[in-house]
Design a protein around this ligand. Structure first.
Ligand code: C2E
Ligand code: MG
Ligand code: MG
Ligand code: MG
Length: 294
């Protein structure tokens, strides 16, 4: 009987557990190799001034080009990267690429002079002992000014090691690097602590923008968030704008900046360059057209 039970237990649990563990190990191995071989791509999504549609900067979003599984989105591997510590070399790769690309654009296009590049940083990455030193080395090597870099962190960085996190954030602020609080509205989102933190920018999570048309409660919350952030002297970026109507509502709330598929999906650097060339050209044409009709 015991043997039978053992067998059935084995049949029910073991193969599944086994294949799950094997798969996880496999993915971890693949990710390690991807980081080593740099099978990662940095995508860019524009951040737009909603009042004049001008580009103010870009958010960098990493993608993993897996040899057999195709493109993998960050939500499916960043948690694993954090768990395994691979986030540290991965994050370094993204930062290096983002700064290099920004400097290229800044030297090639006059419109790019004041563009700011946003880079997502996870808690584990931020708290690694030499994060600030490595970041400074990248800035120096790429000749990038600290004020042209904005690091995005989510509220989850405050889940542990709060004094340490605060120390690093203040250090970054002291160096002139800008800071954004990402995905605001999804975590604890305590409005009362905002003024104590060194964030220049508040990014409102996509979930608030998505059903803006139909959900009046969300509109109310959004209005309160924008108003508070503005009073605290912060910039507000709305994430995930997909329709002209959402944009109009955000403008009515005096939300200054936005990002989303309405403007552009995240694109690789070449496609993004083509996108902003076309965009800047059409803006110039519009301006010339306005002048002619005035
Ligand atoms: P996030 O920082 O909040 O980035 C915004 C996400 O919203 C991106 O997803 C972007 O593609 C998506 N998005 C932008 N506009 C729209 C829209 O109009 N509609 C919809 N449906 N989605 C939109 P993505 O690229 O899949 O990234 C997911 C998350 O992964 C990011 O959320 C960020 O937390 C994390 N992540 C991405 N790259 C990095 C990285 O280099 N380092 C770290 N630590 N995390 C990263
Ligand atoms: Mg972000
Ligand atoms: Mg976000
Ligand atoms: Mg997010």
């Amino acid at each position: 009987h015991a043997k039978k039970l053992g067998l059935s237990t084995y049949q029910v649990f073991e193969p599944k557990m086994h294949s799950h563990t094997v798969e996880l190990l496999q993915i971890e191995n693949d990710l390690r190799r991807a980081v080593e071989n740099k099978d990662l791509r940095v995508y860019y999504q524009p951040i737009i001034n909603l009042s004049n549609r001008e580009i103010t900067g870009f958010e960098t979003l990493v993608r993993w080009q897996h040899q057999t599984r195709g493109f993998i989105n960050p939500d499916d591997f960043i948690p694993l990267a954090e768990e395994t510590g691979l986030i540290i070399p991965l994050g370094r790769f993204v930062l290096q690429n983002a700064c290099e690309k920004m400097q290229q654009w800044r030297s090639a296009y006059t419109e790019a002079k004041d563009w700011v590049i946003h880079v997502n940083v996870s808690g584990k990455q931020l708290c690694q002992s030499n994060f600030v030193a490595e970041l400074q080395a990248i800035l120096k090597q790429t000749e990038m000014l600290p004020q042209n870099l904005k690091l995005e962190v989510t509220e989850s960085v405050f889940l542990n090691q709060v004094p340490r996190v605060m120390e690093i954030l203040h250090e970054l602020q002291f160096l002139g690097i800008q800071l954004a609080l990402d995905d605001f509205g999804t975590g604890y989102s305590s409005l009362s602590y905002l003024h104590k933190l060194p964030f220049k920018t508040l990014k409102i999570d996509r979930s608030f923008i998505q059903d803006l048309e139909i959900n009046n409660d969300k509109l109310g919350i959004l209005r309160a968030i924008v108003s508070l952030a503005t009073h605290l002297g912060m910039d507000v970026v709305a994430e995930g704008i997909e329709t002209p109507h959402q944009m109009a509502q955000l403008k009515a709330l005096k939300c200054e900046y936005g990002q989303g598929y309405l403007f552009s999906k995240p694109l690789d650097s070449e496609l993004m360059e083509a996108w902003f060339q076309a965009e800047c050209l059409s803006q110039e044409e519009q301006k010339a057209c306005n002048l002619r009709t005035e």
